[in-house]
Design a protein around this ligand. Structure first.
Ligand code: ATP
Length: 317
């Protein structure tokens, strides 16, 4: 049976701004997304039967129809029923390394890997725009997860503009093991508290554009000015997550006191990250935060920025 093994990287948000409401019920966003070399390994193996089966060792990842990877496979089956008839289903093995419900797009990246892997397994010959369109139907972060690197994401997060690679940066990620934040809760709470400041659909385009503040970070990245870029790190969702979770606020403050280039909560949290320019410094910062907080429930990861999305894993396929 044929199979493909892929690496599905996590992402961090260097910038997340909530602009307003959209008629489709989503939020209008302006985000800068960055892939990092912390990733899940996703193997897609033809199984010769007419179903998809998910296998994952992580206790918090569902192996049923609610898994985003399963939904990606079902979407491709619905879009290309003849290919499904010809090739049949697949077993999808997820080796989970990305922390779950952490604001790092783990589920979205797994779904992106399934779209890429099944497309190859079924010899569909889809173009990038066709694949991106399917990804967009499944979830806002999934188009980015396919192509990865550094990108400006607008609309509901699915309209991508590639940005120059940020090279040589390292990220220290920290997350309390027993803490997960629901993305839906974070956005709903933001809407309740700050919805009155939203730019409305009816606002004319020029006025809408004036309310978007991602210009400086995009310019800094375009000029490869990392010092300027780190001064522009911003995440609107910190305004609702940090007051609700004092330990995340404390973590963020502890990173701030270290010799870091910058620090921020990623996505809807609760992962907090800090940036630095070498692995040695990253190790020192991790040790300093660990010693200061002394909490055995706190997990750390060190990763570097990468300029790729879903990739074939090294080895035999
Ligand atoms: P995002 O940053 O895209 O909002 P996240 O990183 O915060 O997402 P995920 O790790 O994708 O969160 O998981 C969110 C929830 O989705 C989990 O609680 C889990 O139950 C469910 N889930 C479904 N499929 C997956 C998957 N393949 N991997 C991880 N979680 C999944």
């Amino acid at each position: 049976m044929r199979s493909y093994s892929l690496i599905a990287p996590a992402k961090i948000n260097l910038y997340l701004e909530i602009i307003g409401d959209r008629p489709d019920g989503y939020h209008e966003l302006s985000m800068v997304l960055q892939s990092i070399d912390l990733g899940d390994r996703v193997e897609i193996r033809a199984n010769g039967i007419d179903e998809f089966r998910i296998h994952c060792q992580h206790p918090e990842v569902p192996c049923d129809r609610t898994n985003l990877a399963y939904r990606a496979a079902e979407l491709l089956k619905t879009a290309y029923p003849k290919a499904f008839e010809q090739y049949g289903g697949a077993d999808i093995f997820i080796d989970k390394q990305i922390p779950v419900a952490a604001g790092l797009a783990g589920g979205s990246s797994n779904a992106a890997a399934v779209l890429v892997g099944l497309e190859m397994l079924w010899d569909l010959g889809l173009t990038q725009p066709e694949l991106q369109d399917l990804a967009s139907q499944l979830g806002s972060d999934i188009p980015f997860c396919i192509t990865g690197g550094t990108a400006l994401a607008t609309g509901r997060g699915n309209q991508l503009e590639p940005l120059p690679d940020l090279e040589g940066l390292y990220v220290i990620l920290a997350k309390y093991r027993s803490l997960g934040v629901s993305t839906a809760w974070a956005y709903q709470t933001y809407r309740q508290q700050f919805g009155s400041t939203y730019v409305r659909e009816s606002t004319d385009l020029a006025a809408r554009q004036k309310r978007v503040h991602s210009g400086p970070i995009v310019k800094a990245i375009a000029h490869r000015d990392e010092m300027k870029m780190v001064q522009c790190l911003h995440n609107d969702l910190e305004k609702v997550v940090l007051p609700e979770y004092p330990q995340v606020l404390k973590l963020r403050q502890t990173f701030q006191q270290c010799d870091v280039l910058g620090t921020l909560m990623s996505g809807s949290g609760p992962t907090v990250f800090a940036l630095t320019d070498s692995r040695e410094k990253a190790e020192q910062i991790r040790a300093q935060v660990q010693n200061t907080l002394g909490n055995p429930d706190l997990d750390f990861w060190i990763a570097k920025f990468i300029n790729t999305g879903i990739q074939l894993a090294p080895g035999i396929h």
